[in-house]
Structures are given as C-alpha cells and as structure tokens.
Design a protein around this ligand. Structure first.
Ligand SMILES: NC(=O)c1ccc[n+]([C@@H]2O[C@H](COP(=O)([O-])OP(=O)(O)OC[C@H]3O[C@@H](n4cnc5c(N)ncnc54)[C@H](OP(=O)(O)O)[C@@H]3O)[C@@H](O)[C@H]2O)c1
Length: 243
C-alpha cells in the first residue's frame, strides 16, 4: 500500500484529494490545525487515516509533526501540500493590511517552505518520493486584490521548480508536481467576486489526482486554465491594469 500525507486535509481540495487517495488504495495521513475535523474525515475513509495536528506557520514545530505522522503512517511515498490562506480585498483604494499580509506569508511562504524542505530531506534519504504543492494561477502575475497571496503563490511555484532541479541534478528519484488551480469552489474562495470557470472541489481534486499519477511537473486545474495562464503571461502591464 502506497502512503500519502496531505497537509491541509481538513477542508477544500486537500480534504477531497485525501478521499480520492484513500478510495484508490493509498494509506493516508492527514494534517492541519483542526484535528477534530481531521478525525471526522479519517473516520469516513475506507481504511481510516493517521491524523496529525500541524500549524505550518509555526515552522519550528513542522519537523516533529511531520516525522510523527510519517511514523504513524509507516512511511511516505507522496506528500501533498495543500495548506494555504488568502487575504482578499477587491477595493484597490483600501489601505494595505500588513498583519493580514504577514499571516499569508507565514503560512503560504514560510510554512510551505518548512514542509517542502522536510519532505525533500526525507525523500532524499529514502532515495525516492513525490512532492506535490498547490500554487495558483494567481501566482503568475501581481494582483491588487491580494498582493501577499499572489506573491506567495509565485514563491510556491518557483520553490517547487527549484526542488525539482535540485533532485534532477542530484540524480534523485524525487518527482515534483506544481498544481495551479484557477477558481475552485472551496471555503477559501467563497464569496470572492468576479470569478468565472468555477470548478467543484471534487472535480479539482480528481484532476489533481490525475496529475499526481502521471507525475506531471505542472498541471492547471481545471485544464482550460492553461489558456488563461498563457494569456496572463503575455499580457502587457497596460492591459493587466484594466482587468
Ligand atoms: N479555492 C481556489 O479557488 C484556489 C485557487 C487557487 C489555489 N488555491 C490553493 O489551493 C490550496 C487549498 O485551498 P482550498 O481552496 O482547498 O482552501 P480551504 O478549503 O480553505 O483549505 C485550506 C486548508 O489549509 C489548511 N491550513 C490553513 N492554514 C494552515 C496552517 N497554518 N497550518 C496547517 N494547515 C493550514 C486548512 O486547515 P486548518 O484550518 O484546519 O489548519 C485547510 O485544510 C491552497 O493552497 C490555496 O491557496 C485555491
């Protein structure tokens, strides 16, 4: 039985993906802050799941928490880092909110880095493994509505590519997958205005699972967001400011 850890499994895409992994025969380890939620989810999975409370913004605690989960699971072949937070304000004239921006950086940048590093070190010692992180279409360009979030997702994509390069150059069999969702209906995105092509959580999780199985380097979720990604990359600032 292959073993997968999902960090950020208490809600949204991480939760749905944990369900798919379990139904596809993986042994699953669930991590997030809300352990009661995780226990409920574990009880609903076909073979149960190992559960670990983890606050990735407390980077000093990540090593122990992840190692404890890996021990409970009896190993780790795959880690999915789905944990993330957003701070969204559609009013471009609103003042910046430094405390909220810092919370985003603490989770999406520092926390992500801590988990990814710990997983990479574990897989490097083991000789193989697969790291899957969830960045976003939002990481491709700047955003007036959520500057810290947008920049944090650029960090995630770049960091994943860096780890992939490090693994390849070291001759290590560590796959790295960067999932770039567009709009997905989850608690994080609920109520955000101006969204389109909104995928259900389940559909998004199914496409993430397919990308993991194929060991894709980058996957847009849903797939048609690859078109938006190409347009966004090519867009000059003079047009970006009109969006
Ligand atoms: N929804 C979208 O449209 C969309 C689009 C692009 C990218 N994404 C990205 O997709 C990922 C999943 O988001 P989602 O939409 O499924 O949101 P969600 O339902 O809000 O789930 C976020 C998950 O992150 C966990 N989390 C938050 N802070 C954490 C912390 N400090 N330590 C550990 N876990 C933490 C939450 O668990 P606890 O609260 O229990 O800790 C929860 O399980 C995120 O990285 C998000 O940025 C989402």
């Amino acid at each position: 039985m292959k073993k997968a850890v999902v960090v950020g499994a208490s809600s949204g895409m991480g939760r749905a993906l944990a369900g798919i992994l379990a139904r596809e025969g993986w042994a699953v380890g669930l991590a997030a802050r809300r352990t009661r939620e995780l226990e409920t989810i574990a009880a609903e999975l076909p073979h149960g799941a190992a559960v670990q409370g983890m606050d990735i913004s407390d980077t000093g605690s990540v090593t122990e928490a992840l190692q404890s989960l890996i021990r409970a699971l009896g190993g780790m072949d795959l880690i999915v880092i789905a944990a993330g937070v957003d701070h969204f304000n559609p009013d471009p004239r609103a003042p910046l909110d430094p405390a909220a921006a810092q919370r985003v950086v603490d989770v999406n940048v520092s926390g992500f880095r801590a988990v990814a590093d710990e997983a990479y070190t574990f897989f490097a010692q083991q000789g193989f493994g697969h790291i899957c992180g969830i960045s976003s279409i939002a990481g491709l360009r700047g955003s007036a509505a959520h500057p810290a979030y947008s920049a944090s997702k650029a960090f995630v994509s770049n960091y994943l590519e860096s780890l992939r390069l490090k693994a390849v150059k070291s001759g290590l069999d560590i796959a790295v997958t960067d999932i770039r969702p567009g709009n997905v209906e989850t608690p994080m995105s609920a109520g955000q205005p101006g969204r389109f092509w909104i995928a259900s959580t389940q559909r998004a999780a199914e496409q993430i699972y397919a990308a993991i199985i194929r060991k894709k380097r980058t996957a847009y979720v849903t797939r048609r967001w690859a078109v938006i990604a190409a347009l966004l990359r090519a867009l000059p600032f003079s047009l970006l400011k009109k969006l």
